[in-house]
Design a protein around this ligand. Structure first.
Ligand SMILES: [Zn+2]
Length: 489
């Protein structure tokens, strides 16, 4: 399989360093507020990475950290008048609940900064001993950028050019404006830990280097994070880790695209942050996952109601097809006879899925392949010339393959009837209707038809249609479904 590597700027063949074992680290959440849909995207993307690598037979160890002490957390806790560490712990619990609702699987290890202070101090001591870092009188420790010749290699920045345009008024005790903090001396009233340099707390970048080394060793196979972290965060991780160990920090550097909302960056000041909790009130977990994964992980996603409605429409079609397959299978026992004039078609679900995903986790292509799968299934079910038992055999295999492969994306995992029912109810809720009201209208329509008042029956049908509800008559009765319309731009 191939993975795009930010370090080489090419799609490179993925082979782990140690046989079948994959060591993957992704920068996690700074827990100072409710998790929003941007956090969800990053978590869903690396959940998808780990699930797919496992699906391909790799033995994956996935580490994702929590930043549970930093300026934002301290400021927020101060505002609320609560203890910063306890506040962060509460936010970790809430973020895990949110991500669980989105069917994001836990990382194998979830280190927190406050639990790794000793490892971080040891790491910094190693850098000072190797003359890559220095402590100021005030008790801050800085990484010396000029001591690390490869600085800027990930983000393609020339270290000399980084000197231009930076603040020339140096912070107290800092030798070079490019140097960044490894340890920050405690300000009055702030949470702190004891260290050889006095009371203080770690700078942000050092935690990932220390946690990756402790949990996965000197060299990772895959390092991940949002593309806004390439510089300076990942550049600084590389400098710290490689200066200490002399080994490459990661063989593959991967970056997910960012999430905007209605074309704008999500921010507290704009008031347009969409939390996971609020998104889940309107849309199901699979709809949200679909919206995130139907774009390639490296692409930015602009989230709007339209985007979610498009995902609902796709999933509605996919699940309706699965539901029809279930009905077909209930009515027709599978037999061993072959399909007439069709070869192995329908048995390519898994192969097609793998070939899409092997190409840099192309979940966008993998999801679009579901249209071809559904089209084929629908054609087969409608084909009067095919032996029913043979069709049932083909459909059963196809359905099993869909469920197995798309589990990697956390899609197509619900029972079709239950999924459709839940989607119908969500739609009715949005239209301000109850199920009983729809049933009453259908009864009224049946009565009108019974007395051959077709104008009245059609009027009811039109009324339902305007409410986004379609009516299907069949020999077995009348059913209703959704006419999912996505507003035009
Ligand atoms: Zn990091």
């Amino acid at each position: 399989m191939k993975i795009y590597n930010t370090a080489t700027k090419t799609k490179d063949d993925f082979v782990p360093l140690d046989g079948n074992n994959v060591k993957m680290y992704a920068c996690g959440i700074t827990v100072y507020d409710d998790c929003h849909i941007g956090h969800a995207r990053q978590a869903i993307v690396y959940d998808m990475f780990s699930r797919y690598l496992r699906y391909r037979g790799f033995n994956v160890t996935y580490v994702r950290n929590y930043t549970d002490v930093d300026d934002k957390i301290i400021a927020r806790a101060k505002l609320l008048g609560v203890d910063a560490v306890a506040y962060a712990e509460q936010k970790i619990v809430e973020s895990e609940q949110d991500l669980k609702q989105l069917n994001v699987r836990d990382a194998d290890r979830k280190p927190k900064v406050t639990e790794c202070i000793g490892d971080i101090i040891e790491f910094i001591e190693g850098l000072i001993a190797r003359k890559h870092a220095y402590a100021s009188k005030k008790g801050d420790v800085w990484f010396s950028v000029k001591s690390f010749p490869g600085y800027g290699k990930l983000s393609n920045k020339d270290p000399d050019q980084l000197l231009e345009g930076v603040r020339k008024d140096l912070e107290e005790g800092k030798n070079d404006p490019r140097d960044f903090a490894l340890w920050k001396s405690a300000k009055e009233g702030e949470v702190f830990w004891k260290s050889p340099w006095g009371n203080g707390r770690p700078g942000w970048h050092i935690e990932c280097s220390a946690m990756a080394l402790k949990n996965l060793g000197a060299t990772l196979d895959i390092h991940g994070g949002g593309k806004d972290l390439v510089f300076p965060h990942h550049e600084n991780e590389i400098a710290q880790s490689e200066a200490l160990t002399g080994k490459p920090l990661s063989r593959f550097w991967t970056h997910n695209g960012l999430v905007t909302r209605d074309g704008q960056k999500m921010s507290k000041s704009l008031g347009n942050t969409l939390t996971i909790k609020d998104a889940l009130k309107k849309y199901s977990a699979e709809v949200i996952r679909h919206a995130m994964l139907s774009r390639h992980y490296s692409a930015d996603v602009d989230i709007s109601d339209k985007e979610f409605l498009l995902s609902e429409k796709s999933l509605y079609y996919f699940y309706n097809t699965l539901n029809d397959i279930d009905a077909f299978l209930a009515a027709h026992p599978a037999t061993a006879e072959p399909l007439s004039g069709i070869g192995e078609v329908g048995h390519t679900v898994r192969d097609d899925f793998i070939s899409a995903m092997d190409d840099d986790f192309n979940s966008s292509l993998a999801i679009s392949q579901m249209y071809a799968v559904c089209k084929f299934a629908n054609t087969l079910m409608a084909d009067k010339k095919q032996p029913k038992g043979a069709v049932a055999t083909a459909l059963a295999a196809m359905r099993a393959d869909v469920r197995e492969a798309y589990a990697v994306l956390g899609l197509m995992q619900e029972e079709p009837a239950a999924f459709l029912k839940a989607m119908n109810l969500k739609h009715l809720e949005r239209a301000g209707l109850s199920e009983a009201q729809v049933s009453a209208m259908l009864d009224e329509r049946a009565a009108a038809k019974g007395r051959k008042d077709y104008a009245a029956a059609d009027a009811i049908r039109d009324k339902l249609d305007n409410l986004g509800i379609t009516v299907q008559d069949s020999r077995t009765g009348t059913a209703w479904g959704l006419k999912l319309e996505v507003p035009a731009d």
